[in-house]
Design a protein around this ligand. Structure first.
Ligand SMILES: Cc1cc2nc3c(=O)[nH]c(=O)nc-3n(C[C@H](O)[C@H](O)[C@H](O)COP(=O)(O)OP(=O)(O)OC[C@H]3O[C@@H](n4cnc5c(N)ncnc54)[C@H](O)[C@@H]3O)c2cc1C
Length: 358
């Protein structure tokens, strides 16, 4: 997952890309899209991530697509054009202190009040909440229904006075947040889809997240960096590239890199225009790509030696210290968007037809 940092430069770049008509490549024409093939959106997302730019992100890739399938006319009219112009940013709130892997255990309470809902409780790990305009948030609207059937999805403005946002700093230097709701009233117009069916929309949005937010280009860049190091560095006055163990490690990583690339393309190929995103393919890609990222980070530290522990941007560190920041950051990718174990459970159930384990 590329770090999401809000800067005027990032917003300006994305706005410019929006003006070119490149956001919403796959969206239907009636919502301002180009009805293009998913592979073009994939190429754009990868090109941006590969140059350290922002990804097409939560707006176009996750929330916009889910709103097109399930949102009411008011939400579509208000938000879809702004998403295409990149005028709005979103934060996503599923996780709570007692609901992570089991997101359906969420307890944020939404009680009926007039022609809307009053929200009280807490979310945690909400990335982007400190700069986004809108909060895509799940809340429990029917405490008596089975847990997957009593959740509703809302869109809430993050500048609402009843919302408090506190930072959590991660080992990957990324900021995420605790978010507290104190009597936050939301009009019915800002309910996404049907009341109590929110978990279905959340599941679809998670499939999109597992593909959109974990790009391949950064893995490829790190692979190139490591290969270049092996090509040029020496150990005990011998060229590193002559070491058969190192050669074997590199060959394996590069081959796995190709597997990750193809798994990403399989998600694109399996996505049907206007249809629900392919679940097993999303989990297979996310699981393999993020675990490979972590293996690659381990191998970079191992192959390039103790100097890799020097901080990122240290000029005389091997690979300019990129290995240590990657080592810290790639742990997070195997957790956010659903941990690796959860991806394995999904593949087991959805693809292999194995029974549920919880
Ligand atoms: C940096 C960061 C950013 C995040 N951003 C967001 C965000 O923007 N919005 C949001 O809603 N959430 C976000 N998350 C939360 C993330 O989705 C959760 O951390 C994740 O789903 C795991 O939940 P948990 O941390 O509660 O761990 P737990 O669910 O407590 O899991 C602990 C361990 O147990 C394993 N485990 C749990 N259940 C099972 C099972 N049934 N079978 C096998 N193993 C299991 C897990 O794989 C994990 O290894 C973020 C997390 C991080 C770290």
């Amino acid at each position: 997952m590329a770090q999401i940092v809000d800067t005027p430069k990032r917003r300006a770049l994305m706005r410019e890309i929006g003006e070119q008509g490149w956001l919403g490549i796959t969206w239907p024409a009636e919502h301002g899209g180009k009805e293009g093939d998913g592979v073009y959106e994939y190429l754009l997302n990868e090109a941006l991530a590969g140059r350290g730019g922002p990804q097409i992100g939560k707006g176009v890739g996750i929330i916009g697509k889910t709103l097109i399938r399930h949102g009411n006319e008011t939400l579509k009219r208000e938000l879809l054009p702004k998403i295409l112009r990149n005028e709005v940013e979103f934060a996503i709130g599923y996780s709570e202190p007692d609901a992570g892997s089991d997101a359906a255990a969420m307890k944020l309470k939404a009680t009926r009040d007039g022609d809307g809902w009053r929200l009280n409780g807490q979310k945690t790990w909400t990335t982007s909440a400190h700069f986004a305009e809108w909060y895509w948030v799940g809340a429990r609207t029917d405490p008596d229904a089975p847990k997957h059937h009593g959740i509703t999805l809302f869109l809430v403005p993050l500048d609402h006075p009843g919302i408090t946002i506190n930072p959590i700093w991660t080992m990957g230097d990324e900021r995420t947040n605790d978010v507290f709701f104190d009597d936050v009233w939301v009009h019915d117009d800002y309910v996404v889809g049907e009341v109590n069916r929110g978990f279905q929309y959340i599941s679809e949005a998670l499939d999109l997240e597992r593909f959109t937010m974990f790009t391949f280009s950064q893995i490829e860049q790190r692979l190139d960096l490591l290969c270049e190091h092996v090509r040029t560095a020496t150990r005990d006055d011998e060229p590193l590239r002559a070491d058969p163990v190192v050669r074997r490690q590199i060959a394996r990583l590069v081959t796995d890199g190709e597997v990750a690339r193809v798994l990403g393309l399989r998600f694109v190929a399996a996505s049907q225009k206007g249809g629900a995103p392919p679940t097993a393919e999303a989990s297979e890609y996310k699981l393999f790509a993020t675990e490979l990222s972590q293996r690659l980070a381990d191998a970079s530290m191992d192959i390039a030696g103790p100097g890799t522990q020097l901080r990122v941007h240290t000029d005389d560190a091997p690979m300019k210290g990129r290995a240590e920041s990657t080592y810290r950051y790639t742990v997070i990718d195997t957790i956010g968007g659903g941990a690796s174990e959860i991806q394995k459970n999904i593949i087991g159930r959805r693809k292999l037809g194995l029974p549920k384990n919880f």
